[in-house]
Design a protein. Structure first.
Length: 171
């Protein structure tokens, strides 16, 4: 059970569960760029002698937004917002044919080994990038387990129990 005390929710054990200071101004929303008019007013205030932080407080925007806006204005001369979101082309798309041929050549190769071979070719990527490409290509890359029917009774029992069986002594 929780109790609302001042600006926080507190559990009965006395632990602060949730601080809702951000909810006092407005609810959280998705990222969107500042309005062009607001951008011009922030830059004008800083050019008139105000600091970035005081201009941010005056126009009720975050300090980092004002600082980044001024940095963008100095670097590009433009106040237009940059691109938000979008889709990045997969890094390994150009190596897809080589990877598929490599898997056809050696079907039990590991994903980390593929990443190492790519690094040797000059393409440094993580194993996750290789895994993502294989997933897009519907390539399952799991090693097959030995079927239990082919194992001896002791070996099958050991695998099922997940531990070694005690050695059988002389009887």
């Amino acid at each position: 059970m929780f109790v609302f005390v001042g600006l926080v929710w507190v559990s009965l054990s006395g632990l602060v569960v949730l601080q809702n200071g951000c909810w006092l101004r407005r609810p959280a929303s998705l990222t969107k760029p500042l309005a062009p008019d607001l951008r011009r007013r922030i830059v004008a205030a800083v050019e008139a002698g105000a600091s970035c932080r005081s201009a941010a407080a005056r126009f009720d925007v975050s300090e980092s937004a004002a600082i980044k806006l001024l940095r963008r204005d100095r670097a590009t001369g433009s106040l237009a917002p940059g691109k938000i979101g979008g889709h990045r082309r997969p890094l390994l798309e150009g190596e897809r044919d080589w990877l598929m041929a490599r898997i056809a050549e050696q079907s039990d190769i590991t994903i980390r080994a593929l990443a190492d071979e790519l690094a040797a070719r000059g393409i440094v990527v993580s194993h996750v990038s290789v895994w993502n490409l294989l997933r897009r290509e519907n390539q399952t890359h799991k090693k097959k387990r030995v079927r239990v029917e082919k194992l001896s009774a002791d070996e099958a029992k050991r695998r099922l129990l997940g531990r070694a069986l005690p050695e059988k002594g002389p009887q």
